[in-house]
Design a binder for this molecule. Sequence first.
Ligand SMILES: Nc1ncnc2c1ncn2[C@@H]1O[C@H](COP(=O)(O)OP(=O)(O)OP(=O)(O)O)[C@@H](O)[C@H]1O
Length: 240
Amino acid sequence: MSQTVLAVHNLVYSYTKESNVLSEITFDIKAGDRVALMGATGSGKSTLLENLIGLKQPKSGKILINNIHVEPENFAEVRRHIGFGFQDANDQLFMPTILEDITFGPRNYGVNNAVAIDKARHLLAEFGLEAFERRSAHELSGGQRRLAALAAILVLEPDILILDEPTTGLDPAWRRKLAQVLLNWQGKALLVASHDLHWLARVTQRALVLYGGKIAIDGEIQPLLKDAQRLDNLGLPVDW
Ligand SMILES: Nc1ncnc2c1ncn2[C@@H]1O[C@H](COP(=O)(O)OP(=O)(O)OP(=O)(O)O)[C@@H](O)[C@H]1O
């Protein structure tokens, strides 16, 4: 049986004393699982993702990554297992060149510079960005920046990749390119929050849907996306 990479038990989170944004959130993600996190605007997707990586602290409940509690004393260790892509790729690219951005993480973890460069170049070639390695992030298009940020995450070989709205601002060709990159990245766990239902249907197999602060659905994505009425009831009308 596949190893559980992420386990969430009864997570509760609130911004205010009056009400909880998330409650009774329980689910597991195993190695090889490809999971879509869906929900209407304001349903709590980003809040949940930020709890998973320790940027926010739950009011109660447990989060385990590879059996390690996501708690302040373990953050450094836990973050070695997680790759997190922010909504804004600019948050992840800050070095003078893309090559330095991608090698920054491995070098920080003590990987030999030549090995780090080799890995980075391999990813740049896979993503079709090899000609841009000496450019800085602000000299790239939005789509190129997004893939460069993804390369900076994947170079660390995380056990779980967590992405928040990765297709925002991408045209159909770049949405397809991003999907192909993620489909080639097999065997590891993927959790991706998005409003882009058609794109999610190509990249993931399972849907977690947040509604009313809870997980309303945890099941196969394909039948759900064919059920327009159900999606509508969950605040996810199709083709709007
Ligand atoms: N810093 C904050 N203080 C108070 N409430 C907040 C804060 N950040 C978010 N919220 C509220 O928490 C709820 C969940 O927000 P969140 O950003 O997690 O939703 P989301 O599903 O990611 O939305 P979107 O699809 O628009 O990105 C919303 O009602 C939002 O207004």
